[in-house]
Ligand binder design. Structure first.
Ligand code: MIG
Length: 637
């Protein structure tokens, strides 16, 4: 059962779109409105708090504080309060269970059992909020009720489930060719390569640098014939550049966010000074979404959206630089970022521009957490009009509801086992908030990735819908073929491809049935206390349990089997199966192997042959492994 209490006059966020007739709405009437509101929920000792999407920490969110205020902070650490997205849904699960969705674009702080308070305290920094509470039969049932009202996940094409290679630093078609050739030579499957900001002409959205990509249209189609999709990045800020069509149309029609004087607000990001599209206006969303035609006409079918918190280096108000500084920063954008205080200015700057929200001029700060998600919506709506088939889209900043238009990746993590564990913890929490298509920068964005870390991380990412190796400029290159014995990497990515009939099928089922694709064990075995406390294993789809090695130096690990299961080992060619009864087992997992478990009385489908790209994949050419039962494959190209 779902109840929604409406306080004040909340902004329509677009998160809840379905089942409205079954929700009990109550308007809370009051004489005067407070500036902020606090809601508290008491916890029993045994309660687990699940959810909160893209926040740091484990599967159980207890004993930490989280702040929903979309932030570009590339130094990921356990103590960071905010990440890129706002996903204000959590479930308290124990003897009784309760789901809570705090629907507001305002800043929200969640103190979850801080100092053993035994309380979840939610502070909303606005009088206006819709507070949904959901009761039901435990965490899984409550989450499914929530997924039912926020609408169906975006459906990516099959190739988006292939393996992708990316790196900030690929400059031109030659760089891309080298990457593709090296993967093909090493016989490591690859489906797409991402183009980071250097493909653009001076970081201007919807342009392609002609020197770096001379015949881009032919190039895109040539790569597609080789089974490789190219996936360009689009940033939120539109360069101030009279004569550029995107800029001109935006200015002429009032499609940009405005400053205190009502003129387009200027903030510096990669292209130098930019204006931010006012994604709160429907007309602006349509315009921006349609601008993608400049790229879809060249053959691109997939995109990633970055800097949509929005990230700000400095603004027309926070620039404290000499003319020379400004010129240098303009010429060398990376210099601008390093300027003292440039990042910290963002918080003040978020108070210095405005949007038109349902005909009302509103300060950005008050609707901050919605901005990124609305960019995803603009992009997704545009692409579904421009392309006859499914597109790939994943973005950095998001709000619940944006999952209907695209996926997300978890931003600038770094090369460490801690971040691999975080990736495992993030996945079910994101799934709870509708974001089924997601994944992390495999191998880590910042820092240098070791061979061991990359192999272990790939063995986990092999199960996440988005499986992309991405790294930052200046870090050690981490394409799989650069490490010793690339055949070990091939083995793991081969497993991903052999499992694609299952992964793709289970993803589609989860999306169409408004279900989760990756679940904590406690969702599936709620009355098993050991399963509930397990935070290094996950259920993937209906039939698989994974228990990856996420500790540095480990060569084996303990795996908890809540029920009898079949352990499957993949050696690069063959799947070997062995039955184990419920309980703890110690499992050796060599660096170049993937081990997973098939749940009792479940079967799964695997491809009989390995392909180098999903383009050559026959999803029906499968064999069944696991228990002697049927498997309903969902295939729709
Ligand atoms: O200020 O486009 O998270 O994936 O490689 C950094 C360059 C901008 C941040 C993204 C990252 C991307 C990088 N971007």
């Amino acid at each position: 059962m779902i109840t929604c209490r409406i306080y004040g006059t909340p902004v329509e966020t677009g998160a809840v779109v379905d089942g409205l007739d079954d929700i009990v709405f109550e308007t809370v009437s009051e004489e005067s409105q407070p500036e902020s509101r606090r809601f508290c929920y008491s916890l029993l000792d045994n309660d687990i708090v699940y959810g909160l999407g893209e926040t740091m920490g484990g599967i159980n969110k207890r004993k930490k504080s989280y702040v929903s205020y979309n932030t570009d902070d590339p130094h990921h650490r356990q103590s960071m309060p905010s990440m890129y997205g706002t996903h204000n849904f959590f479930v308290i699960d124990g003897e009784k269970s309760l789901g809570v969705f705090v629907d507001t674009p305002a800043r929200v702080t969640f103190d979850v059992d801080i100092n053993h308070s035994g309380v979840v305290s939610v502070l909303v920094e606005s009088p206006n909020v819709k507070l949904y509470t959901i009761t039901g039969e435990g965490a899984y049932d409550i989450t499914k009720q929530f997924l039912n009202i926020i609408g169906q996940s975006f459906l990516p094409p099959l190739w988006a489930f292939g393996y992708g290679q990316s790196r900030w630093g690929y400059k031109n078609s030659k760089d891309i060719d080298k990457v593709v050739e090296s993967y093909r030579n090493a016989k490591i499957p690859l489906d797409y390569v991402c183009l980071d900001i250097d493909y653009m002409d001076r970081y201007i959205d919807f342009t392609v640098n002609k020197k770096r990509f001379p015949n881009v249209k032919e190039y895109v189609s040539q790569k597609k014939n080789e089974g490789i999709h190219l996936v360009p990045i689009i940033d939120a800020g539109v360069k101030v550049e009279p004569g550029n069509e995107t800029y001109d149309i935006g200015v002429q029609n009032g499609y940009f966010a405005t400053n205190e004087e009502g003129k387009p607000f200027s903030a510096a990001v990669w292209p130098g000074m930019t204006h931010f599209p006012d994604f709160f206006q429907q007309a602006a969303r349509e315009w921006f979404g349609n601008e993608y035609h400049k790229l879809t006409e060249l053959g691109f079918e997939g995109f990633w959206n970055d800097m949509n918190e929005p990230s700000i280096f400095y603004s027309e108000y926070s620039t404290k630089q000499s003319k020379l500084d400004q010129v240098l920063n303009f010429l060398i954008p990376s210099r601008a970022e390093k300027q003292e205080g440039s990042k910290n200015n963002a918080y003040d700057d978020y108070h210095r521009f405005y949007h038109m929200v349902d005909g009302k001029r509103m300060n950005h700060h008050d609707v901050h957490n919605l901005f990124g998600g609305l960019m995803i919506r603009a992009t997704g709506e545009g692409l579904s009009k421009l392309l006859p088939k499914r597109y790939l889209l994943f973005a950095r900043s998001s709000y619940i509801g944006a999952h209907r238009y695209g996926g997300i990746w978890t931003g600038d993590n770094h090369s460490s086992f801690e971040m691999l564990r975080q990736n495992l913890w993030h996945m079910p929490a994101l799934n709870m908030c509708g974001f089924l298509y997601s994944g992390a920068d495999t191998g880590g964005f910042g820092g240098n990735c070791t061979r061991e870390l990359m192999l272990r991380w790939l063995a986990f990412s092999a199960f996440t819908p988005l499986m992309r190796n991405h790294s930052a400029l200046g870090t050690k290159k981490q394409e799989c073929y650069r490490f010793e014995r690339p055949e070990d990497f091939k083995k793991i990515i081969a497993l991903r491809y052999r499992l694609l009939p299952y992964i793709y099928s289970e993803f589609m089922k989860a999306a169409l049935h408004k279900d989760m694709y990756m679940k904590p064990l406690g969702f599936v075995y709620p009355s098993d206390e050991t399963a509930r406390r397990c935070d290094n294993q996950l259920i993937v789809g209906e039939g698989i349990m994974i228990a990856p090695i996420v500790e540095e130096g480990a060569t084996s690990r303990q795996v908890y089997l809540p029920e009898e299961m079949i352990m499957v080992r993949f050696d690069g060619e063959n799947f070997s199966e062995k039955k184990y009864s419920a309980g703890n087992i110690e499992v050796k997992i060599p660096l170049n192997e993937v081990v997973f478990f098939i749940r009792k009385d479940h079967a799964i489908c695997v491809s009989k042959h390995l392909v180098q790209s999903t383009k050559d994949m026959d999803l029906w050419d499968v064999k069944k492994i696991g228990y002697d039962t049927t498997y309903d494959q969902y295939v729709d190209l």
